[in-house]
Design a protein around this ligand. Sequence first.
Ligand SMILES: [Fe+2]
Ligand SMILES: [Fe+2]
Length: 287
Amino acid sequence: MGVIITIDEMIDRTADLPVIPAVALRIMHEADSNTASASQIAMLLARDPALASRVLRLANSAYYGLSGQVFGLKEAVVVLGLRCVKNLALVAVSYPWLSKPLHGYGLDPKDLWMHSHGTAVAAMLAAQRSGRLRDDEAFTAGLLHDIGKLAMNVWLERKTEALIQLSSLNGWSFVECERTVLGYDHGQVGGRIAERWNLPLSVIDSARFHHEPDTRPDPSLVVDAVHLGDYLASALGFGMGADGLQYALQPNTLVRLGLHPQDIDRIADDLERERRLQAESFEEIVA
Ligand SMILES: [Fe+2]
Ligand SMILES: [Fe+2]
């Protein structure tokens, strides 16, 4: 089956597609630069009082064991670090979009949040175990890896059953079925959304290639960490939807990350605990 509409047309026609707030975008880019300071990040955050107050509450949450001890924005950035605060801002911003139900993917309310957050934590743990890439970058890219589903959902809604049948009859992964039915998959759509939002390259690439990192012409360790995180979040049943069908870990991912098959079990063990602790602390604040 050919392309029904182009990726850009699909994005343009998705009425309730979220837009990333300008402040969160600036913080993402500033925190990734080598010149950012705690004062700069705090000043940026202060421009969005609602976001700033949620980030402060996250910084004071039980997860960090600092309950009530962090009073100001700059102090939060100094105590937790620029890149941690960047990810807290991103958690606060993305939770409302990721907690909506996506019927085209068989996802109930909060399923995509649980899956995306689980992927982010797993990618972060994989980066820490690998030691070859930044763990905060893996978390950011993991959290946003499935944003393409926000646009694809509406177009899949009446086709989900057909896609599931296609997958079980042919042994195809869900993304292969998406490509057959629509002409492209949610990774390509997510990559385009991330480009249009002007997100960092590691986020764009992770959205685009997270199901098949071996197909990226120039391998990226962040994409590999997100792929491993996505695989683990799916295997552990975190917010599982239809696209967990026939999900295989690509063979070169572990090699590039310098990990061994036994590392997967260790990451999975840590992932269960870490995801639960973060979710228990964070969800009440960002909901
Ligand atoms: Fe995906
Ligand atoms: Fe995913």
